[in-house]
Ligand binder design. Structure first.
Ligand SMILES: Nc1ncnc2c1ncn2[C@@H]1O[C@H](COP(=O)(O)OP(=O)(O)OP(=O)(O)O)[C@@H](O)[C@H]1O
Ligand SMILES: [Mg+2]
Length: 314
C-alpha cells in the first residue's frame, strides 16, 4: 500500500450470477492523483467505479475511501465524492441552470450560496452563456459538462468520472480535460475510466489497464510504454487475407506475434522498419492484396495488443 493513498482497493471481485465481471483487482490511488482505468468494452471499468462510489456491493475484497469502508461507511463517503456516470443523468426539458438548481437543493444548498456555486460551476465548464437553454438543444459534450458541474455541487474531494469523453466533440473534450486538470491542480483526486487511450495519455498520472475483469498492468504512461520494449507494430490494410499469408509472416525471424481481422493484419516484431519491404513482398507473393502498410510508434494501443493479443477499440 502506498503511504499517501486516499483510495485502496484490495482483492476486489464482483460476480453477476457466477460471471466474474471483476476478478481479484488491487490498486491504490494517491491523494491528488489523476488515475485512469483503461480498457475495452466489458472490461469491468463501470463495475469497479460503481463499487468505489458505493452504488454496487462487492462480492469479495475491501475498498476504502479516505479511510472509510465502502460497505460500512457509505454515508461518509458520499459526502466527499462526486460522481459523473457513464449515462448522462439530467432533465433534458429543463435548462442547465434549472438542472443545477434541482440537484443543488437535493444537496441542501440554498439562497446566495447556491446561486454563487451554480454560477461558478457554469463558468468552470464554460456554459454560462447557454445556462438558460434547455438541455434538449445541447450537444453530447455540453450535456456531459453540465453533468460534471452537477457532480461538483457539494464540493467533493474526490471525483469519479465514468467515460468522461464518450460521445463528446473535440471542443467539449478539450474543455473537459482543462476542467479536470484545473480541479486536480486545486487538490482534487480524480478517478476516470476510459476506453480511449488519448484520455489516459493526456490526463492520467498513472494508468491501470483492465481487460476481462482483471488488472493487467499499472504504471505511469512512460512506465507502461517501456513494457512494450523494442517491439514495433506494423499494420497492413488488406481484405481477405489468406491463411498462408499468416503462416509465412509468422515464419520471419523477427516476428513475435501476428493477428488478423476482416480488413487488416497486425504484426509485432523487432526492427520493423527494416523489414517493411520484405513483409509487403511476402504478403503479395502469398496472394494478399495489400492496400497500405504503416509502422506505429509504441503507444497504449500497442501495449494493449502486446499484453492481450487484441485491439483496445472493440
Ligand atoms: N447488472 C449486470 N448483470 C450481469 N452482467 C453485468 C451487469 N453489469 C455488467 N455486467 C457484465 O459485466 C462485465 C463488465 O461490465 P462493465 O459495465 O463493468 O464494463 P465496462 O468496462 O464499463 O464496459 P464499457 O466500456 O462498455 O462501459 C460485462 O461483461 C457486462 O456485460
Ligand atoms: Mg462502462
Amino acid at each position: 500500500m502506498i503511504d499517501d493513498a486516499i483510495i485502496t482497493v484490495k482483492e476486489l471481485s464482483k460476480r453477476y450470477d457466477g460471471f466474474a465481471a471483476v476478478e481479484d483487482v488491487s490498486f491504490d490511488i494517491k491523494r491528488g492523483e489523476i488515475f485512469g482505468l483503461l480498457g475495452p468494452n466489458g472490461a469491468g471499468k463501470s463495475t469497479i467505479i460503481s463499487i468505489l462510489c458505493c452504488l454496487l456491493e462487492p462480492t469479495a475484497g475491501r475498498v476504502t475511501i479516505d479511510g472509510f469502508d465502502v460497505e460500512k461507511n457509505s454515508n461518509e463517503i458520499k459526502k466527499i465524492i462526486g460522481i459523473v456516470p457513464q449515462e448522462i443523468s439530467l432533465y433534458y426539458t429543463l435548462t442547465a441552470r434549472e438542472n443545477l438548481t434541482f440537484y443543488a437543493k437535493i444537496y441542501g444548498l440554498s439562497g446566495k450560496t447556491m446561486k454563487d456555486r451554480i454560477e461558478a460551476l457554469l463558468d468552470m465548464v464554460g456554459l454560462t452563456d447557454r445556462a438558460d437553454d434547455k438541455l434538449e438543444g445541447y450537444s453530447g459534450g455540453m450535456k456531459r459538462r453540465i453533468n460534471i458541474a452537477v457532480a461538483l455541487l457539494h464540493n467533493p474531494r474526490i471525483l469519479f468520472l465514468d467515460e468522461p469523453s464518450t460521445g463528446v466533440d473535440p471542443q467539449s473534450r478539450k474543455r473537459i480535460y482543462d476542467t479536470i486538470q484545473d480541479l486536480n491542480r486545486q487538490g482534487m483526486t480524480v478517478l476516470l475510466t476510459t476506453h480511449q487511450m488519448e484520455d489516459a495519455e493526456k490526463l492520467c498520472h498513472r494508468i491501470a489497464i483492465v481487460d476481462k475483469g482483471k488488472l493487467i498492468a499499472l504504471d505511469t504512461l512512460n512506465g507502461l510504454l517501456k513494457m512494450v520494449g523494442e517491439t514495433d507494430i506494423i499494420q497492413v490494410k488488406a481484405k481477405d487475407i489468406p491463411t498462408e499469408a499468416l503462416d509465412v509472416i509468422q515464419r520471419i525471424d523477427n516476428v513475435q506475434k501476428v493477428s488478423v481481422d476482416d480488413e487488416s493484419m497486425t504484426i509485432e516484431l523487432v526492427q520493423g522498419r527494416e523489414l517493411m519491404a520484405r513483409i509487403i513482398e511476402t504478403l503479395t507473393a502469398s496472394g494478399t492484396k495489400v492496400e497500405s502498410i504503416q509502422i506505429k510508434e509504441p503507444d497504449l494501443e500497442t501495449l494493449f495488443l502486446h499484453l492481450t493479443g487484441t485491439k483496445l477499440r472493440r
